[in-house]
Design a binder for this molecule. Structure first.
Ligand code: ATR
Length: 289
């Protein structure tokens, strides 16, 4: 029987998940499907129950349902607990729903793939933003990367303080500093990596206004935004000679554990590969929009 999975959200037409999972289904020659499923507001729990009854193995979850998906699950992985949001629901054979958030590991895996297996251990990171995306990123960098210090800078500094207060419950040993964007020059001077998690620079939003001059040329710059693929921040960083990492890295790496979970038997427990061909398929889909 065809193994079924999909992505749920509202709206859902723009999700790139079917491109990712469709590419892997073909690559590994799996008798499986991965659909886009629109869920109307107010109907999430019923629709999830219907999908389970229809034989789905699980679903990815995108806006606006990541928090509701987390609440609905009985089993919650640590990354989902810390972020209070799930991008992956797995329907287990014992009738339960498991929730995970693979964004945190996805960012870490993409950084490791781009910067080499030297690990982020002992490095200073500047994280821009303090919203939902920053929460997963800060947790992932500390939990998987064991970095020396993360300086979280946000336009509204109180929000950065709130985020760190929350994270300290789970990561009491981790070193976090906070600041406003006016603290950027000092933080930048000692950064090994800068990660932008703000929505500035996303298509339709103004670019992030940040002078890159204080940043050592050895620092890498990562933007988790992938639409556009080269944000103004990445463009300016590349022009100065910084190593840059765009948002497709995280997108591909956050999808891999979902695919592994949905098609565990067919993959014999293995993770699907993140390859240049997969990236090319995504770039093609973005260009076709
Ligand atoms: P998400 O869940 O995607 O992180 P969010 O919770 O709305 O979305 O957070 C958006 C983040 O981008 C916030 O850190 C926001 O800063 P504020 O908390 O000060 O609002 C940041 N952001 C959005 N537009 C920005 C801009 N033009 N300049 C700087 N930061 C911006």
């Amino acid at each position: 029987m065809t193994a079924k999975a999909g992505v749920v959200g509202w709206p859902i037409a723009h999700s790139l998940s079917p491109v990712l999972h469709g590419h892997w289904l073909k690559q590994y020659d799996i008798d499986g499907s991965y659909e886009r499923i629109a869920i109307e507001p107010g109907t999430f729990p019923q629709r999830i129950a219907e999908l389970r009854a229809a034989g789905f193995r699980g679903v990815n979850v995108t806006v606006p349902y990541k928090e509701e998906a987390f609440s609905l699950a009985q089993k919650k992985h640590q990354a989902a607990q810390i972020t209070g949001a799930a991008n992956l629901l797995v329907f287990t054979s014992d009738g339960e729903v498991g929730a995970n958030n693979t964004d945190a590991s996805g960012l870490f895996d993409s950084l490791e793939a781009a910067l080499g297996r030297i690990s982020l251990g002992g490095k200073n990171i500047v994280l821009l933003g303090a919203g939902g995306a920053a929460r997963g990123a800060a947790f992932g960098l500390q939990h998987f990367g064991h970095v020396a210090k993360i300086t979280i800078l946000n336009r509204n500094k109180d929000r950065a303080d709130g985020l760190v207060e929350h994270l300290r419950q789970y990561l009491p040993e981790a070193k976090f500093l906070t600041g406003g964007l006016e603290d950027w020059p000092d933080a930048a001077a000692e950064a090994w990596l800068v990660v932008n998690t703000t929505s500035a620079g996303m298509k339709g939003n103004p670019p992030l206004e940040l002078d890159l001059a204080p940043l050592p040329i050895t620092a890498a710059v990562c933007d988790i935004v992938y639409n556009p693929l080269e944000t103004d921040l990445l463009k300016r960083a590349a022009a100065r000679g910084h190593k840059t990492i765009d948002g497709l890295g995280m997108l591909m790496h956050q999808a891999a554990p979902s695919f592994q979970a949905f098609f565990f038997e067919e993959m014999k427990g293995k993770m699907p590969e993140v390859t240049p061909a997969l990236r090319a398929a995504l770039v093609g889909a973005l260009n076709a929009r």
